[in-house]
Design a protein around this ligand. Structure first.
Ligand code: ATP
Ligand code: MG
Length: 409
């Protein structure tokens, strides 16, 4: 019979890779909890409408990348990102009544129908944070700090924070107009995607990966518009305030005026964190402020800012971590006593196994040295005295202790 294989763009996370994933998850909980954030888990699928409205129907995600299906006449979609789901839950559960800031973090799988390549899968995982209720730049600084701190806790240092301000809908409108005016003469030469973006979402023109389009956008008259300062006084002082917090905190950043981010709902602060050790898929973190989203999805007007990180990309930077070993392996020719002792240790929270096939003593000892930190030896002599002999398999040190006093870590 033909073998059924894992789907294109998806991967098993195998037991030997788990230590890295446990490490990333544990650090997320530690770091985000230290900032007062609480974990939230929302469903993997939501109404398609949520993403159309919450991510934006001019985005690649909504136009090309969604896994959408019908059930009982409802259009459902596997979540391509988790901000929309968290915002839905925030509104539905009346979280605007909680005292601000409401800080939430999440981890879990996301789904996008993209061309699989290194660092890009169809099912991938994100860990992310959303902070609701604060419009001041202190929240922007705090969120960026959470991202940087998390990456530091993972031991990742060779990273660059890129920062930009997209202004507010008012000042951005004028910028979009100026951008369109200066790009219009080149319209027929742009790629198909950019021709659509030109009308629907002109900011996204700057994000185009096609070298031909980039060459056009690097023309002096277009660069003059891009590099010029377009944001209004209020947006500008918000941005200056954020930068002064980051300076005080010692967080280095680079201004990138081409950083526009894919989603429709961002305003003011947007940021990305890039690794200097990944290939072309080098963004490990993307985030920004989305002050109008909660209201657009039917909630109270609530400012918010957040980020998401790609866990597969983080994992590939972390390399390999030693496989987790058992704490103890029971070595004994008395299977009944071995079963009892194994259970005693497991009850104490010590990970433990014994030989299910009653192999020779030496074979059991060999196995112990492969899979565990300690061999707990239970010969007839030990059994009669109510003792066990513990052998540290790294140092070969051996001690004998009373069975009920056995402690291992
Ligand atoms: P990219 O420019 O790499 O397509 P994006 O702007 O689509 O990223 P976001 O929606 O901001 O990505 O998601 C945040 C992070 O999630 C990215 O920085 C990346 O690390 C990760 N990510 C996004 N899409 C994928 C994917 N298809 N496979 C693996 N990781 C991904
Ligand atoms: Mg993308």
């Amino acid at each position: 019979m033909a073998m059924i294989k894992v789907q294109k763009g998806t991967k098993d996370i195998l037991p030997n890779e788990m230590p890295i994933w446990h490490f990333m998850e544990k650090k997320a909980e530690e770091v985000f909890t230290a900032y007062g954030a609480k974990e939230i888990r929302t469903p993997i699928f939501e109404a398609t409408e949520l993403f159309a409205r919450g991510v934006g129907d001019t985005t690649d995600i909504v136009n090309k990348e969604m896994y959408t299906f019908e059930k009982s006449d409802r259009s459902l979609t596997l979540r391509p990102e988790n901000t929309a789901g968290v915002v839905r839950s925030f509104i539905e559960n009346g979280m605007h009544r909680l005292s601000a800031p409401v800080k939430l973090w999440y981890k879990g799988p996301m789904f996008r129908y993209e061309r699989p390549q290194a660092g890009r899968q169809r099912q991938f995982h994100q860990v992310g944070v959303e902070v609701f209720g604060i419009k001041q730049a202190t929240a922007d600084a705090e969120v960026i700090l959470m991202a940087v701190d998390y990456l530091k806790a993972l031991g990742l240092n060779d990273l660059t924070v890129e920062l930009n301000s997209l202004g507010c809908p008012k000042c951005r409108e004028e910028f979009k107009q100026r951008l369109k005016d200066v790009i219009r003469p080149y319209l027929p030469q742009l790629c198909e995607d950019c021709q659509t973006r030109f009308e629907k979402n002109p900011l996204r023109l700057l994000d185009c990966k096609s070298p031909e389009c980039q060459e056009i956008y690097s023309k002096p008259e277009i660069q003059a518009v891009i590099q010029g300062d377009f944001i209004c006084e209020e947006c500008s002082s918000h941005f200056e305030e954020l930068k002064s917090y980051l300076d005080v905190l010692g967080i280095k950043y680079e201004r990138n005026k081409l950083l526009v981010r894919g989603l429709d709902y961002y305003n003011r602060t947007v940021f990305e964190i890039k690794s200097n050790n990944l290939g072309s898929q080098n963004a490990v973190c993307g985030g920004g402020r989305y002050d109008s989203l909660v209201k657009n999805l039917g909630g109270e007007d609530t400012p918010a800012i957040g980020f998401a990180m790609g866990m597969e990309r983080l994992a590939s930077l972390l390399g390999e971590k030693q496989e987790e070993r058992l704490t103890a392996y029971i070595v004994s020719n008395n299977t009944l006593e071995a079963v009892k002792l194994t259970q005693e240790l497991r009850q104490k929270g010590i990970s433990c196994e014994f030989d299910l096939t009653n192999k020779k003593f030496v074979k059991q000892l060999e196995k112990a040295s492969k899979v565990s930190k300690y061999a707990v030896i239970l010969g007839e002599d030990e059994i009669s005295k109510g003792e066990v002999t513990v052998k540290n398999l790294d140092t070969s040190e051996q001690t004998t202790v009373k069975r009920e006093e056995l402690k291992l870590s």
